[in-house]
Design a protein around this ligand. Sequence first.
Ligand code: AMP
Ligand code: GLY
Length: 425
Amino acid sequence: MRILVVGSGGREHALCWKIAASPLTGKLFCAPGNAGIAQAAECVAIGAEDVETLTEFAAAENIDLVVVGPEAPLVKGLVDRLEAAGIRAFGPTQKAAEIEGSKGFMKDLCARHNIPTARYRRFTDAAPAKAFARTLPPPVVVKADGLAAGKGVIICNTHSEAEAAIDGMMVGHQFGQAGDSVVVEEFLDGEELSFFALSDGTHVLPMISAQDHKRVGDGDTGPNTGGMGAYSPAPVATREIEARIMREIVQPAVTGLKAEGRPFKGVLFAGIMVTGDGPKLIEFNARFGDPECEVLCIRMMSDIVPALVACADGTLEDFALRWYPESALTIVMATRGYPGSSKPGSVIRNLPEERDDAIVFHCGTKKNAAGEIEAHGGRVLAVTALGKTVREAQAKAYQVVDQIQWPEGFCRRDIGWRAIAREEK
Ligand code: AMP
Ligand code: GLY
């Protein structure tokens, strides 16, 4: 098969690495890719959101399957455009991707199909939004409706903070149009996990769960990021919790979206809070998580390509995926300054060769004229390892981190702490 992966992060490197290992893969392209992805795929200089040029390229190259990594091209309608051109694609259509593109749509879908989630209301005016916020016990959560590069959620410890957050989004246009409409909701208390399931529009196949570390600093402190590390399995995700997530959250969403004329094909990423009351949905994403995808790919024993094709073709029924029982852990190395601004172009030396139990996925790298690897972007590397326990995977991953020479980079030193505390209790 001729396969095109769209995107340029650690998630797409992990997907390319896994797809390249399939005996079904003849030729693999990635657009636009990065210096690490170039080891597994031929990178082509087309932006991930350039829907027209991607479609032209896929048609000209007789691509059998396009795998879309990030949310932005999904929300822009890349899959619709590819399908209209007769090209098979893994990922939801624009209408189905609205579960990630509009938080209000996602919440209303939950309300229509009895999916457990935080109590909420949607607003297009600031005054009623503030009035509703005052009726909720703090902390109160204020969310911009649209995509805001992972920054559109504000947890407010007091009612006046909530009012300021609402004003910032609706009056100050802090997130542009994404904040013209907001969701105000109750705070859910508990432990968070990421759950992934494949869907072909009708059938759902559970994958695995993971946990990520969103805050930039050790001990889960400091500003929110795209994710500083992740591990799988997540000890909080017992069999019973996973069965409830499938039964109460994932399956009703897939059935509901189909009934509403927006069948969801691709991977459904449910952000879950495990509360005293059971699992509740925080949000849906229409794609793999990053860095969760890195741990998911290294734990996947089965060939990924037939599963991606089955989602696109509607043949996921009776499909099975096998997973390595080992734990996986990934540590994100970022350029100093992240999640604020950071200087691009620092050189990374002594990157290790891939091993069976450890691999460095690239999230934001380029090769310079001298053939050296340079950091470009906030998150730059995802150092990923397998071990018998999370503790062992963590030790292996930090061993690799410590070997990499990159003074301009940093990482957290406590990735996996929650899981390790449970393992060693
Ligand atoms: P998001 O940007 O949508 O991924 O949300 C960022 C983070 O905000 C989530 O991962 C949660 O940690 C937190 N969050 C969002 N909504 C709630 C809620 N209702 N209660 C508690 N935490 C929340
Ligand atoms: N790591 C969370 C995400 O990809 O949204």
